[in-house]
Design a protein around this ligand. Structure first.
Ligand code: UD1
Ligand code: CA
Length: 484
């Protein structure tokens, strides 16, 4: 490789066909922005420097690029006068900001090609350098060349020019080899040629692709390398293309995990983001989305119908029909069906969060269980404790949130309310329907319900004339067991 490799990423265009308040390159796909994927691929070639050209909605785009790649130089193109102009703006910005002059190879990429891979860029740069070319084109042979610049070759197969769709003759339009947009330049040639590009064409733009003719006129080498995997250079211009690229990206990610020892029962309905990490022998059942930076340990079974976003799932855990966000599920734990794990949920090893349970900011100890129909917010539950069905951790007094602490090996009964802040000690117990407002000492049984009172004949007098009263009367006229 050359001593210096500069990558320029073009991302100043408007992307109006997205019809969105969000700038095109910021649209998410596979858990990252489109430009986030491109910058990840660019990092893969370990460039000397990277410059991103921003323009449209740069108040959104610039901070995002800075976040993805803090070292990238940002160049501002106020008016989008064409790809050639964009590259000139980038070279000027690099000239201003770099201590050393730019030399070696310059690669041009676009910010909206999310399937691009680092190894493709590396291969292309190496081919370009080996050919000692002034310009190299990453081309592609496609069935639908419409909209692309066509690669015009002579009888020997040497590249003569790139002709844009709008400027092409009918004969040129029939050419199926297209310019992907990814180009490699000898830096000295590019610096000289970029100022000599005109805008006398159908679009009135400064076409970067005109450098090809300039190189040819100077007797320099121009090469084109067709990429086999054309998905990698495909851009998303509208939402339908975004969805198509998203499906293909997902297919690739899911396939890679299967190759790495993950069982995926239904690849079609399984969605895995680019930054997810799965161990061997994980099983994913249909209708499952693993998003963000979710990590799943060996032998865990996830799904069906489960979404986990930025979650951590321990070895051998079982998660069924669950929605989880920023939650940690311990080794061998079970979650679901129909559980909602909100941020800050930490379930210990072999613990359980069962059906219709919502948790938030809740540490649930090893082997502790919240099996049914409960809300657990701002809580700490000790190891081995069992929370009864239908328990509400009442964490909110209408103004502030408060915490509840339940000790180890406690047994709380059904339909309890724990009014925070409150503490239930180790080994304590509660009766059914208890409203715990005061701390319960270790080992104590807390009951808050009064003695049950029965008011005989209440329905017959207070609900006279209703089916309820009639049913009560009918039951009264039957001989009861106590009449014997
Ligand atoms: C360009 C190529 C064409 C190629 C196609 C591949 C030129 C003249 N044409 O055409 O040969 O087949 O890409 O998709 O280069 N941009 C800027 N500033 C500008 C103009 C564009 O940053 O002033 C950025 C856009 O945001 C986009 C990229 O450059 O990411 C390509 O621009 P676009 O206008 O889409 O070029 P095409 O006409 O598609
Ligand atoms: Ca385009």
């Amino acid at each position: 490789m050359a001593d210096q490799l500069t990558v320029i990423v073009l991302a100043a265009g408007g992307g109006t066909r997205m019809k969105s308040k969000t700038m095109k390159v910021l649209h998410p796909i596979g858990g990252r922005s489109m430009i986030g994927h491109v910058l990840a691929a660019v990092s893969g070639v370990e460039p000397t420097r990277v410059c991103a050209v921003v323009g449209h909605q740069r108040e959104q785009v610039a901070p995002h690029i800075h976040e993805c790649m803090p070292e990238a130089v940002l160049a501002v193109q106020d008016e989008q006068l064409g790809t050639g102009h964009a590259v000139r703006v980038a070279l000027d910005a690099l000239d201003e900001q770099q201590v050393t002059p730019v030399g070696g190879t310059v690669l041009i990429a676009y910010g909206d090609t999310p399937l691009l891979e680092g190894r493709t860029l590396r291969w292309f740069a190496a081919e370009h350098e080996a050919a000692q070319a002034a310009v190299s084109i990453l081309s592609g042979v496609v069935d639908q060349p419409k909209g692309y610049g066509r690669i015009v070759r002579d009888d020997e197969g040497d590249v003569l020019a790139i002709v844009e769709e709008k400027d092409a003759t009918d004969e040129q339009r029939a050419i199926r080899e297209i310019n992907s947009g990814i180009l490699a330049f000898d830096c000295d040639f590019l610096t000289d040629a970029i100022g000599r590009i005109g805008n006398d064409n159908a679009k009135g733009e400064y076409y970067l692709t005109d450098t090809v003719q300039l190189a040819r006129a100077a007797g320099l080498t121009v090469t084109a390398f067709p990429v086999e995997d054309v998905w990698q250079t495909e851009g998303a211009n509208d939402r339908a293309q975004l969805a198509a690229l998203g499906r293909e990206l997902n297919r690739r990610i899911v396939t890679r995990w299967m190759e790495n020892g993950v069982t995926v029962m239904d690849p079609e309905t399984t969605w895995i983001d680019a930054d997810v990490v799965l161990a061997e022998d994980v099983t994913i059942l249909p209708g499952t989305q693993l998003l963000g930076e979710t990590i799943v340990g060996e032998d865990a079974v996830i799904g069906p119908d489960t979404t986990l976003d930025d979650c951590e799932v321990g070895v051998g855990a079982r998660v069924v029909r669950t929605h989880g966000q920023m939650a940690v599920i311990g080794a061998g734990a079970t979650v679901g069906p129909f559980s909602y794990l909100r941020p800050g949920t930490i379930l210990g090893a072999r613990g359980k969060i069962g059906a219709f349970v919502e948790t938030k900011n809740a540490q649930i100890g090893d082997g502790a269980k919240v099996p049914h129909l409960s809300y657990v917010g701002d809580a700490e539950i000790g190891e081995g404790t069992n929370i009864g069905a239908g328990t509400i951790f009442a964490n909110y007094d209408g103004v502030k949130k408060h915490r509840t602490k339940v000790g180890k090996h406690a047994r709380t009964s059904s339909n309890n309310t724990f009014v925070a802040p409150v503490t239930i000690g180790d080994g304590a117990a509660t009766g059914a329907g208890t409203v715990v407002r005061r701390d319960v000492p270790p080992g104590a049984l807390a009951v808050s319900m009064g003695q049950q009172r029965n008011l005989p004949g209440w329905a017959q007098t207070k609900r006279a004339g209703t089916p309820q009263a009639a049913a009560a009367e009918a039951a009264e006229s039957l001989p009861s067991e106590s009449d014997d």
